[in-house]
Ligand binder design. Structure first.
Ligand code: XMP
Length: 372
């Protein structure tokens, strides 16, 4: 059983090396980084400067909300660099390129803050699963540096301190609770470091960013009170083509989009197509069988259409909600159809450019939780 008191005693020496200078603690508002910052602040006081970078790819009013949630534990500063991030990332389509560019911008920003405050260290909330996945080549987690052999001192002028590097998510949540972080933080669903950037499937544009931000707000409003592990919206271009062969095999109309999304093949992340099925029945058991059959093609995410479409629109909004213990495997949530239709009509009314709303019915594997 994880003992937060014992853990704090064990990790103290690692933090106390920061006696010879200040440290910037990068907070995303997620449980890991917020806990790492709160722990460091508790041990080192104002040698630690907690900052949240508003990258422009956060959810609506997210920085503001996080600042008020942690306000009684540490003085969090919000640094708004959203314009720079958006203009540098606009136009990029490739998922790994997006993550790499995001990482570069992110650490350059931290490097400037380190200089500004005359600090020597960066405290971040990397946990065990982050570097395990990066080393396995599954994806480039944006916060994994040290384990990849990156010389942060030479590149950005700071040493990295990762007090939670050996912990697993549930242990971090226990620690967060012990430190007095609010429930909204320690029970928060995970949100990727690059944020909405990886939920704009394909080319990044300002319009897609604003639409996915609004759609996310609707999805969260409907699903916050459910017990799903993670739930969100994605956006991609609606261009698709009918697949006669695949359709014949499953007795439903199957379309595949030009947008590509990630799945897991063996142990690595692999790209495949996103499919949409239109079946007469909305029985999840039957849909699950369809999903299993068509993912034997190079299809990584299978979706079902919800409600009617708007032929004038050009974007598809995908809703994803999953249940999982460890985020390594996941089940899709069997959301009531009437409920999905309510979400659909609210999302469709956000913009005339939204053509349709689809619901993701893929397990992990063969899909990943995210689309990129
Ligand atoms: P996948 O898509 O690999 O996601 O099935 C598993 C979990 O990891 C989260 N995720 C990320 N978290 N930086 C993060 O901090 C990232 O780049 C990143 N990519 C995925 C994802 O939201 C899910 O909880």
């Amino acid at each position: 059983l994880f003992d937060p008191v014992k853990f704090i005693e064990e990790v103290k020496p690692q933090l106390e090396q920061i006696v010879d200078g200040k440290a910037i603690a990068a907070v995303s508002g997620g449980v890991d980084s917020t806990t790492a910052a709160a722990l460091a602040y508790r041990i080192l006081g104002d040698k630690v400067i907690p900052v949240m970078i508003d990258t422009g790819f956060l959810r609506e009013r997210e920085a503001e909300k996080v600042k008020s949630m942690v306000g009684n534990l540490m003085p969090l500063q919000v640094v708004d660099v959203s314009e720079k991030f958006i203009s540098e990332l606009e136009g990029i389509s490739d998922a790994e390129e997006k993550r790499k560019k995001f990482r570069e911008l992110f650490y350059n920003t931290l490097s400037e803050l380190v200089k500004k405050y005359n600090a020597k260290y960066l405290i971040q909330g990397t946990i065990a699963a982050d570097w395990v996945e990066t080393q396995g080549g599954i994806k480039t987690q944006h916060n994994v540096l040290v384990q990849l052999g990156i010389d942060t001192e030479r590149m950005w002028g700071f040493k990295v301190v990762e007090p939670l590097a050996d912990l697993y998510k549930n242990e971090v949540r226990d620690l967060a609770r012990y430190l007095g972080l609010p429930k909204e933080i320690y029970n928060r669903q995970p949100f990727p470091g690059p944020g909405l950037l990886v939920r704009i499937v394909g080319k990044v544009t300002k319009e897609k960013l604003e639409l996915v931000r609004k759609a996310t707000k609707v999805v969260e409003k409907y699903l916050d009170s459910m017990d799903y592990s993670q739930y969100f919206a994605v956006i991609f271009e609606s261009t698709s083509s009918y697949e006669p062969e695949i359709s014949k095999g499953v007795g439903c109309d199957v379309y595949t989009y030009t947008a590509k999304a990630t799945g897991v093949k063996g142990d690595v992340r692999a790209y495949g197509r996103i499919a949409k099925v239109e079946c007469n029945n909305k029985d999840y058991e039957k849909l699950r069988k369809v999903m299993e059959k068509i993912t034997s093609y190079d299809i990584t995410h299978v979706t079902v259409k919800v409600g009617e479409d708007n032929p004038e629109g050009k974007y598809t909004i995908g809703i994803r909600a999953v249940l999982t213990q460890d985020f390594m495997t996941a089940e899709f949530a069997k959301i009531d159809w009437e409920f999905l239709e309510k979400m659909e009509s609210e999302i469709s009314s956000l913009s005339k450019n939204i053509k349709e709303v689809v619901y993701d019915i893929t397990t992990k594997p063969p899909a990943t939780i995210e689309f990129e």
